[in-house]
Design a protein around this ligand. Sequence first.
Ligand SMILES: [Zn+2]
Length: 485
Amino acid sequence: MASIPPTSAPNPDATATPLPIGIADAHRAKKARTGATGEEHATPDKANELERTQRKEPNRRPPPLIGPQPIRYIAPLPARTSRPQNEMALPIHLYKPDDFNGLPTAVDENPHIGSTRQGEKPELPKLTYTCFADVEFHATHIPDFKMRGNVNEEQLASLDALGTRLLYVVLHGGGQRFLKRAPEKVKEVKDFLQSLSFECHEGAKPELDVIAPIAKNPSDRKRFGQPWTLFLVLGEEEHALRKYLLWQQVFSVHPTLSFSIFESAPGQPWPIMVLTGAEGAVVDSPEAKKQVLAAIKKKLWSNLDYCIYAAGLVAAYWGAAGNMATLARMSTDSLDIKCVRAELSGSEKLVPAYLVVAKPPTTDRGEYQRWSNFFTAPGEYWRELYQLKVNAATVDCKLCKDASHCACDCPLPTTLGWQGPTATDIYQKEQEDLAHAATSTTAPTQQAAELWRTNPKKGERGRKAASPKKKGSQSGRKDSRPIRR
Ligand SMILES: [Zn+2]
């Protein structure tokens, strides 16, 4: 007889092998839960969890509404702040960009607004006759980085060893091409300077030398390209001459021998950017200028990166104390704007422009560039309906090399007694362009011809563009016909 297996025995009390206590309990619990639904595969752990959650689950059903209910006032939740906490500290939330009370600051420190012959009058040289304009001029300011632009590194290193004996000579209207075509100017400058003798020289010539710059990248493609600086090396004892040269600064002898003398000017420039736009965008009124300044400040004050960076510079270089918003605002307190004429990039066409200036909060070149990049990065600013493009034009004097005006507005040639070159002398090309523009705009029929008839550039371009393909493909019949003829 086959005995019945114990596992299928209907009677649990039969002589089955008893399970250990723990396993038996779990088995019993599982059987109680899954017996009805048939979830035989649920593990004990999952089953326990399910049981626990079911037990803790609150009853989601609302209590039944029986009888009249009292009016319940639902208080509104407090409004969530729309800005992250760190942006609350931005100056834009604490100060008004269009508040110009007491601004701009540091106006007197702007190096572009002074004049020559400042300070105590030095000993004057013994002039047998005055061959240069012996008067006061508008002072030019050129920072070192610009003075030494495109000069060979080895030469600069040797010059640095000279200390205060080194002065810079900037030829008016000079440039790499000027020095290449007229190398004799170096000797002429030296001869002129040696004619300035003082008591201490006892009739002899001062001890000095004038050295031409060696270009880092030689190219005379640009007429006024750097380097345009000559280096004046004074003798050990030439203190009187040095003082006088820096006091007078400007020596205009004749149109091709005219120059200014400078000592080293570490530091960064005040002009930051040039803004130009369509006709009507640049207006020389206090209201319009304030609108532009407010637009710039609004942009910067909303930029957390700018505020952190500028605040650090202001604290480090100006020794100012305060929170980030205060220091960042201080970095723009000297912000000012000037209406000037600028030259469109790539040409010498003059356009009205806003020149934005501010006291640089650093003397380091790299830091300055990063700081000023925050101003130029937006690419444009808006004054009401007018778009103002950033640096689509330049303000840079080809004559005296100052960056606060163009040569056509250079204050040197307008000074009484000026004997040096004028903007007309150095801008031959512009004159030709203007003459061409004058003839091309007088006759409306000629204008029309230029616009529609004699200017069918599409067709011209099409033919010109097709010509390289002829060589490449040679598959079109039209191309082959002229060749057969
Ligand atoms: Zn100038």
